[in-house]
Design a protein around this ligand. Structure first.
Ligand SMILES: NC(=O)c1ccc[n+]([C@@H]2O[C@H](COP(=O)([O-])OP(=O)(O)OC[C@H]3O[C@@H](n4cnc5c(N)ncnc54)[C@H](OP(=O)(O)O)[C@@H]3O)[C@@H](O)[C@H]2O)c1
Length: 298
């Protein structure tokens, strides 16, 4: 919930102006939190008539922001995935502009897919990335492109993102799901309140000179999808269908869906929560889904 995040964050310095490239699901929530904390925020989408769009940025059509957009910018967040060649859309089009700006902080939303398959073991920022999926290889290339700009960038690695409007509750309501049983398979996840909260915490730490290059933002409890769906169903008082073994269910999965089941890792948040002292708003899926459910009831 917006106010819960805002309450636990420090106000941003009064001259803060944040550009958010790719203000989709996560970007819009982070924009709303940042505005409540006193920042001026401008968000890009590929079309001006999409919710929350302040300006257009579309790397494919080479639609770039006006100079005015960049005036006074102190912070940048990119939520845009890699292009099909593994190039980062923002760096490809705007690196020369960014290089001339006095930017204090840049956040790049990446994925924990860059760690590859750890066979269910914990992975932390100390693990060398070992992406197996082509999309995760492209993502690692983009991380490296950001780092090699020399700009003050933090790479924020995220597992499955959920929040109001995009959670197991909607998955069940839409009816397009199966209870797939693959023993030992777990997934990590993060609620958008904690993406926003952690980013505000990291911006505040960077003001004090603490600015690690790579941070995982994930909750405390990697869990099977079945447990998450069952809990979501219990909140809505809905009965779920029978469990289907992975061997059977996988025959009807898209290549994309299948690729998620080929990797099994527990993403550690120890660095963020213990070393950098971020306090999670939703430490597990139960807390996060309860919050999503409160929006559904409205
Ligand atoms: N979803 C997950 O579970 C997950 C997990 C880990 C990491 N991530 C990554 O974290 C980031 C944020 O995730 P999200 O789910 O909040 O993303 P999202 O809602 O899909 O938003 C992505 C944004 O990127 C913009 N975009 C895409 N291609 C672009 C291009 N060529 N030029 C300009 N803008 C472009 C989109 O523009 P429009 O608004 O016009 O569509 C949208 O605003 C993404 O990079 C995503 O890949 C996602």
């Amino acid at each position: 919930m917006l106010q819960t995040v805002v309450k636990q964050c420090q106000a941003l310095p009064s001259n803060t102006k944040i550009l958010i490239f790719g203000a989709g699901f996560s970007g819009q929530h982070i924009a709303n939190v940042s505005r409540q904390l006193g920042a001026k925020v401008l968000c890009s989408r590929r079309e001006l008539n999409k919710p929350g769009a302040d300006f257009i940025f579309d790397s494919t059509k080479k639609q770039l922001p006006d100079n005015e957009v960049f005036k006074g910018v102190t912070h940048i967040l990119s939520c845009i995935p890699p292009d099909e060649n593994g190039r980062d859309p923002v760096i490809e089009q705007l690196n020369s502009v960014l290089q001339k700006m006095p930017i204090k902080w840049i956040g790049y939303l990446s994925t924990t897919g860059v760690y590859g398959d750890s066979k269910g073991n914990w992975v932390s920022e100390k693990n060398t990335p070992n992406p197996k999926q082509p999309r995760s290889q492209r993502r690692l290339e983009c991380e490296q492109q950001w780092i090699s700009t020399g700009l003050p960038v933090q790479i924020l690695r995220l597992p499955g993102i959920y929040g109001p409007g995009r959670s197991a509750l909607e998955t069940i309501i839409k009816g397009k799901y199966k209870l797939v049983d693959k023993p030992g398979q777990i997934f990590s996840r993060i609620h958008i309140d904690d993406i926003a909260g952690a980013i505000m915490h990291l911006i505040s730490l960077s003001e004090q000179g603490t600015k690690p290059n790579v941070i995982n933002i994930s909750d405390d409890l990697p869990t099977s999808n079945i447990d998450v769906l069952r809990y979501a169903a219990s909140l809505m008082k809905i009965n779920l269908p029978c469990v289907e073994p992975f061997e059977k269910a996988s025959k009807h999965m898209s290549p994309m869906a299948l690729s998620f089941w080929q990797e099994n890792r527990r993403v550690s948040n120890q660095y963020l929560c213990q070393n950098l002292k971020y306090s999670l708003i939703h430490p597990d899926y139960k807390s996060g889904l309860q919050e999503c459910f409160s929006h559904l009831k409205k």
